[in-house]
Design a protein around this ligand. Structure first.
Ligand code: ADP
Ligand code: 5GP
Length: 216
């Protein structure tokens, strides 16, 4: 069972489902990677995708890469908690890993688009904490997509063309962060997690703690 995140008194709580979305290139994967590296209480929900693997990506770490046919089989067997078509490819969240993490009260991070965020919000509203990452300017978004240098020019142009439609969903998120300076954006995410872990309604261990406290 997860603990409260406080240094001394440990109080059991439910796990968080931390959903991070942004237009492509705004920096959500960079923030997610730093978070996973620094916060050992959080694990990543590794999505399934029909997109081609980028050079820097490792099967099973960044994604489970699947053919269209394999993806459809997962979909029809209801093995996906949510799925969507994004930038012309299919992406989905494997159900089993999330159910195990939630049952054990562990936190999970979801790097998914607004369609996936909506589906998780509908199914598991009490556990979802959602963050939308915005770029400081559209020009900087374009520069970051080029600097990442992992997609073809055609793919970059499609992602830029889709970015305004993704940004249009910013109001559906609990928190919105402008990723201008990476360190500040990361610290904002850490602050959100710290506060959300302390919410009374997540900390079922408080019942026993307070009972013991007043009995003594
Ligand atoms: P996303 O996952 O949202 O598509 P990435 O995390 O891959 O975006 O970031 C896109 C590129 O922008 C990467 O090359 C990353 O290193 C860079 N980047 C991310 N955040 C910042 C920032 N605050 N300032 C400058 N470059 C950034
Ligand atoms: P990329 O191809 O850059 O890795 O991801 C493209 C978009 O798909 C991003 O917005 C990313 O958050 C989203 N995405 C990745 N995995 C999933 C998933 O499992 N479900 C949904 N709905 N979107 C996902």
């Amino acid at each position: 069972m997860s603990k409260s995140g406080e240094s001394n008194t440990r109080i059991a709580r439910r796990g968080l489902m931390l959903v991070i979305s942004s237009p492509s290139g705004a920096g959500k994967s960079t923030i997610a990677r730093t978070l996973l590296d620094k916060d050992k209480e959080i694990s990543l929900s590794v999505s399934v995708t029909t997109r081609a693997r980028r050079q820097s990506e490792i099967e099973g770490v960044h994604y489970h890469f699947a053919s269209q046919r394999e993806f459809e089989a997962l979909r029809t067997s209801e093995s996906l908690l949510e799925w969507a078509q994004v930038h012309g490819n299919y992406y989905g969240t494997p159900r089993e890993a999330v159910e195990i993490a939630m049952a054990e009260g562990r936190d999970m991070l979801f790097d998914i688009d607004w369609q996936g965020a909506q589906q998780l919000q509908e199914k598991m509203a009490a556990d979802v904490v959602s963050i939308f990452i915005l770029p400081p300017t559209m020009q900087e978004l374009q520069s970051r997509l080029h600097r990442r240098a992992e997609d073809t020019e055609e793919v970059i142009q499609m992602r830029l063309a889709n970015s305004r439609a993704e940004i249009a969903h910013w109001r559906e998120y609990d928190y919105v962060i402008v990723n201008d300076d990476l360190q500040s954006a990361f610290e904002a995410v850490q602050a959100i997690i710290r506060a959300e872990r302390l919410r009374r309604d997540r900390r079922h261990g408080l019942f026993d703690f307070v009972e013991g406290l007043v009995k003594a």
